[in-house]
Design a protein around this ligand. Sequence first.
Ligand SMILES: [Cu+2]
Length: 115
Amino acid sequence: MKKFALPSLILALLVPTAAAIAQTKMDDMKGMDMSKKPTASASVVHKATGTVKKLDAKAGVVTLAHAPVKSMNWPSMTMGFKVKDKRLMDKLTDGKKVEFEFMQEGKDYVVTGVK
Ligand SMILES: [Cu+2]
């Protein structure tokens, strides 16, 4: 009896665990989708200062070493931002210190203004 009881006990333990992990991942993904949708958070404009480290005009991506951004809870770091407006691209030259504004669009951070 005990020989049968042990494997079934392991199965009973493993199966719900795997299901729970799958469930957690799905919930996480749902949570991420949800965070994209509310217009309140999506329309928030964040302001920061930074130095242009790299510019990829073709891809529309700028790498900025930015100062801490309180509204995003970010420490200072170097990261890539998308730049949709080509006129903004012109304001971003290598090594230039800029004041910029950005918005979160899903997983992307998009520069919306450059001073
Ligand atoms: Cu950052």
